[in-house]
Design a protein around this ligand. Structure first.
Ligand code: PMP
Length: 299
């Protein structure tokens, strides 16, 4: 297991900065027992100027608020207050390239009734590359993403991640790097912790919203496509369509960044990654988080 904290680590807890090793939670909490909590996954980078910058911090804290509201979790926090607290956590832990994890959780309550108060913690730890730079071997999972009529799939809710953990562990046990999950209608949805795109004849396709987490990286990729005049379409498609059509494909997420596929169910993607528009997107994304100027080379 990775080491997330040590004796000196400081985290943010309900308005205070406290030692991680001394912070306590209630073992009778509704969040711990039922997975009823919401969280975010954010990254900070040491940019080209040497400064520490949190990438898309407003978007992440706005999504945290929306997630809490979708689940009837009290959210008496302001984005700017939490952004300031996050920079303070980074400073106190001497972190620049970090993964940041805000979590809104609930007090002791074994019933299903709504809580009138919530707690918030913001934790951070050093992060290099998440899935690595090598291309991934992907397996279509037998696990589907949850039915959006059973869960608020647009919310980043802790309990949803039991599904992610099952699918990811299953793919790894079978010798693959990561799983690809379908939605309840049999269309491609997303990875356990990332969104997906595929490329065909220089155009990108990504699953439409509805059954997936609306990723901030997904939105950034679409933004980059518009800026670079790369056609992009959100639509529903099947795994078979990806296998038949895709020149390239990738996962994208805050932690994963943009990471290409080598194969899907042992079917190799058609093009060399380095000759794809997807690779241009990967480079553009890396430049963007580092606040580096990016000039696209023609593919
Ligand atoms: N889907 C799921 C299920 C995720 O957990 C994540 C990671 N937060 C994503 C997509 C990508 O979202 P983002 O780009 O906002 O990190």
């Amino acid at each position: 297991m990775a080491s997330y904290y040590n004796e000196d680590t400081i985290l943010y807890l309900n308005g205070e900065f406290v030692k991680a090793s001394e912070a306590k939670i209630d073992l009778f909490g509704q969040s711990l027992h039922y997975g009823y909590a919401v969280f975010e996954g954010i990254r900070s980078y040491r940019t080209v100027s040497g400064e520490t910058k949190i990438f898309k911090e407003v978007e992440h804290f706005e999504r945290l608020k929306k997630s809490a509201e979708a689940l009837n979790i009290p959210y008496p926090y302001f984005a700017q207050e939490l952004i300031d607290a996050t920079y303070e956590v980074l400073k106190r832990n001497n972190l620049q390239n970090a993964y940041i994890r805000p979590l809104v959780f609930l007090p002791a309550n074994m019933s299903f009734i709504q809580s009138t108060e919530s707690f918030i913690t913001i934790q951070a730890w050093e992060m290099g590359k998440f899935l690595g730079d090598k291309l991934l071997k992907i397996m279509t999972s037998s696990f589907e993403r949850p039915n959006p009529k059973a869960f608020k799939m647009e919310a980043k809710a802790s309990g949803h991640y039991v599904n992610s953990i099952m699918a990811s562990q299953d793919a790894k046990a079978k010798g693959y790097d990561e799983a690809l999950l379908n939605d309840v209608n049999g269309f491609v949805a997303e990875a356990p912790g990332a969104n997906m795109f595929y490329e065909k004849d220089g155009k990108l396709f990504t699953p439409a919203l509805g059954n997936i987490l609306p990723g901030i990286t997904r939105a950034t990729v679409i933004e980059i496509c518009h800026e670079l005049d790369i056609p992009v379409e959100e639509k529903f498609f099947t795994v078979d369509e990806v296998k038949q059509n895709a020149d390239a494909a990738f996962f994208c997420g805050t932690a994963a960044e943009v990471i290409g596929w080598e194969s899907l169910d042992d079917v190799k993607l058609k093009k060399d990654w380095n000759e794809t528009v997807s690779k241009v997107i990967q480079d553009a994304y890396k430049a963007r988080v580092m606040e580096k100027e990016f000039k696209a080379a023609l593919v």
